[in-house]
Design a protein around this ligand. Structure first.
Ligand SMILES: [Ca+2]
Length: 448
């Protein structure tokens, strides 16, 4: 999983809303996939030979760090400085000593977080891979094997079995791929190499607390290169606050205990506000007259509003009566499928802030439990815009007087709103979908 989204597990909605549509920048085979083989960091950042020569550890007692280390002459020095810092924060010396035994520099972890990707994976490509027939079939087997457990979790937490299956399948391919990076190694490399000191220090302190308080051996704490651990891909801080011991062993075990891992995922959703008996949403049919400007994640309405506008189920029948605020979600403009989403969909987004992710979780769960495929057709012919093209769109919209926020290639809420204004000028449906056609129209009207 891309770091930009992975570390936003507890995001503030307003801050991260710019990330949602582009958030599908993920390792598609599973979120715990290893980093790209070709580091994208600055030249000289990746010299592979440095990793092979496992440098000797530096004695942390030679340091007297009282803040999260900002810089270090080497990876081993960063580790030692962090250990010294951890002592100053009251962590036990024996734990600080042993947790980092054998950690190695990993040159593959580079500063991807600071960069915008050249291309953003379109939602349809993401979905096709994340909810493949093969994965659905394996999910159905896993569901049969764990039906009693899932039934119990649904009863106790109010999180439906399909949502737990969806999270499990998208996060780690039902446990097939939760990564094999030791969390101390992953996070120290992030802190040292990827300019993510604050995140790394917070999570490393939490990881030390897990070792000290929960008696989980440091060597068993494995997960993704971004520090997300076990079946539900919890960051260490998530573990401390949200992991549960469902099998009664006395300690939450997210690696070996499915009862613990899946109940913890459900508990995470409950903590984020999951509402019992409220579905995530459904695919819907919009009338030709639908005001596309109203299709936005931050615009919520009671379901009666959409009914009045003529939104129906795909077979033309009336929408179900769902409580609370609902939104219409279009991830590929007015030509793509449309979804009506509830507050629970937004809870899935809190697990990982990407609409492609959340829709995949919802859809995979539904498919595993026998639900049908989406009916609407994705505009698969659309080529994703490159980073320079996305920035050009923003620059041209800005030149026309529309507020796009920062010109950074991230097509977030402000860019979509600006695009809608431009579409209004053109008399196009105001779906805010930024594609090649919109860019070409902006270029054509550059001086108009
Ligand atoms: Ca347990």
């Amino acid at each position: 999983m891309d770091m930009r989204t992975r570390d936003l597990r507890k995001p503030r909605l307003g801050d991260s809303i710019t990330i949602i549509i582009v958030g599908a920048v993920v390792a598609l085979a599973g979120c715990a996939a290893q980093p790209a083989k070709t580091p994208s960091g600055p030249a000289g950042d990746s010299a592979p030979s440095t990793a092979e020569a496992a440098a000797a550890p530096i004695d942390f007692r030679t340091f007297n760090e009282t803040s999260c280390p900002n810089s270090a002459a080497s990876y081993q020095e960063w580790v030692a400085k962090f250990q010294s810092y951890a002592l100053s924060k009251g962590r036990r010396e024996d734990v600080v000593q042993t947790a980092f035994l054998g950690v190695k520099e990993n040159p593959e972890i580079s500063d991807r977080a600071a960069k915008q990707p050249e291309f953003v994976t379109p939602v349809w490509t993401y979905l096709e891979r994340a909810v493949s027939d093969d994965r659905v079939a394996r999910g159905q087997l896993k569901y049969q094997e764990n039906k009693a457990l899932l039934t119990g979790i649904e009863h106790d937490y109010g999180v439906p079995r399909e949502i737990v299956m969806g999270i499990w399948g998208i996060e780690t391919d039902f446990g097939n791929n939760f990564g094999d990076a030791n969390v101390f190694e992953a996070l120290t490399n992030l802190g040292y190499r990827a300019n993510r000191q604050s995140f790394a220090c917070t999570e490393l302190l939490a990881a030390l607390d897990i070792v000290a308080n929960n008696k989980v051996p440091a060597s068993r704490m494995v997960g993704s290169w971004a520090g997300a651990m076990g079946h539900p891909q919890f960051l260490p801080s998530n573990y401390l606050t949200l992991a549960v011991d469902r099998d009664g062993s006395g300690v939450p075990d997210l690696w070996e205990s499915l009862p613990d891992a899946l109940a913890s995922a459900a508990n995470h959703l409950v903590d984020d506000g999951w509402q019992r008996n409220l579905p995530w949403g459904l695919e819907v049919k919009l009338p030709a007259t639908f005001p596309y400007g109203e299709a936005e994640l931050d615009l919520t309405q009671p379901i009666s509003h959409w009914k009045k506008l003529g939104v129906t189920r795909m077979d033309g029948s009336a929408l179900p009566d769902l409580p609370g605020g609902t939104s219409i979600l279009l991830l590929a403009g007015h030509r793509g499928p449309a979804f009506l989403i509830t507050e629970n969909f937004k809870v899935i987004l809190k697990y990982n802030y990407s609409t492609s992710y959340a829709l995949s979780v919802a859809h995979l769960g539904d498919r595993v439990l026998g639900g049908r495929r989406f009916i609407g057709k994705w505009p698969v012919h659309e080529r994703p815009l490159s980073l320079p093209e996305r920035e050009e769109v923003q620059t041209l919209l800005l030149a026309r007087g529309y507020d796009v926020g920062k010109v950074d290639g991230v097509l977030g809420l402000k860019s979509r709103k600006a695009a809608r204004e431009f579409q209004k000028e053109l008399g196009w449906p105001q779906d805010g979908f930024i594609n090649k056609a919109l860019l070409e129209e902006l270029r054509r009207r550059k001086n108009v």
